[in-house]
Design a protein around this ligand. Sequence first.
Ligand code: M6R
Length: 367
Amino acid sequence: EKGGYEHFMLKEIFEQPKSILDTMRGRLLADEGIIKMAGIWDHLERLTNAERIIIIACGTSWHAGLIGEYLIEEFARVPVEVEYASEFRYRNPIISSKDVVIAISQSGETADTMAAIKLAKEKGAFVFGICNVVDSSISRYTDAGAYTHAGPEIGVASTKAFTAQLTILSLIAIKLGNHNGNLGKADFMRLITELEAIPKKVEDVLKTVDEAVKTIAKKFADATNFLYLGRGYNFPAALEGALKLKEISYIHAEGYPAAEMKHGPIALIDENMPIVIIAPKVGHYDKIVSNVQEIKARKGQVIAIINKGDTQVAAMADYIIEIPETSECFSPILASVPLQLLSYYIAVERGANVDQPRNLAKSVTVE
Ligand code: M6R
């Protein structure tokens, strides 16, 4: 049932071209310039008239939520807040019937997320669910929703569910922006054409990065700490990369926005500190180039995720992993794949139980 792969996690990483495509299937009709989503279509006014969208989730789904915030604010210009479900539920949050809550959960069974949804509903908010497991408790309890269609995810470390969540959030943000007029026709068309090309680009990543990632994994399997850095849309991708490493290889890792380095974490950098930096040629690329210079000046070990053909970061980095170009908003999908593989191969090197890491369960149904 692992389809010839040694672990479910590896199988699920390699399934991503298909799981992303399945998540888009029937929804993204790029040739016709249409995004069709029943769950959104039926509640379009409610969503676009929201005074505020609050995204609640835990763990990897919360990281997807952070990227959702960037997407929705950029394209639909609706204010978004992202909260850990566990914090939201215990702090008497301000919430009203003018708010829309988007709850994200792979399993649809996470106790904290469920409790936060109940609270939001009590206060009159409209709750939209993004779940992967069909007919799960959260998918049944929410007012409306959209499934991710990533297929069953068995490995405790979430991989294909994450990229499917990013796909759905992209579709929602672009759809809302198109509907409320904040996203012009030309930009809308450009984005949906880009998004449609993502499954093929993920396939290219999977075909080309394996050797580079394995070499890096061998080199750093005994590291005790890692820093993960990214800017803009790739800041949450850095958080997610660090979480993957912590979960399955038990190496302490922290994700940071690259610009925050100078406010503290830079003190940690010496020749023993591996730093994964997500540096595609998008957004504030020049700023990332200076971050890499700052790290190299302190002899940190730089593992850079760059675009094919990049020379500036490539010239300074100790190790590079190349991914294809895409719009900034979709770049976390491509950058996440080598980060998943890196945590996987490091865990394998260390002999860890990849699919069943210690102390963790696939769905956290305790509070
Ligand atoms: O099923 P959910 O998406 O609600 O789960 C949330 C977290 O428990 C989950 O993402 C957890 O952080 C994963 N093990 C991450 O790989």
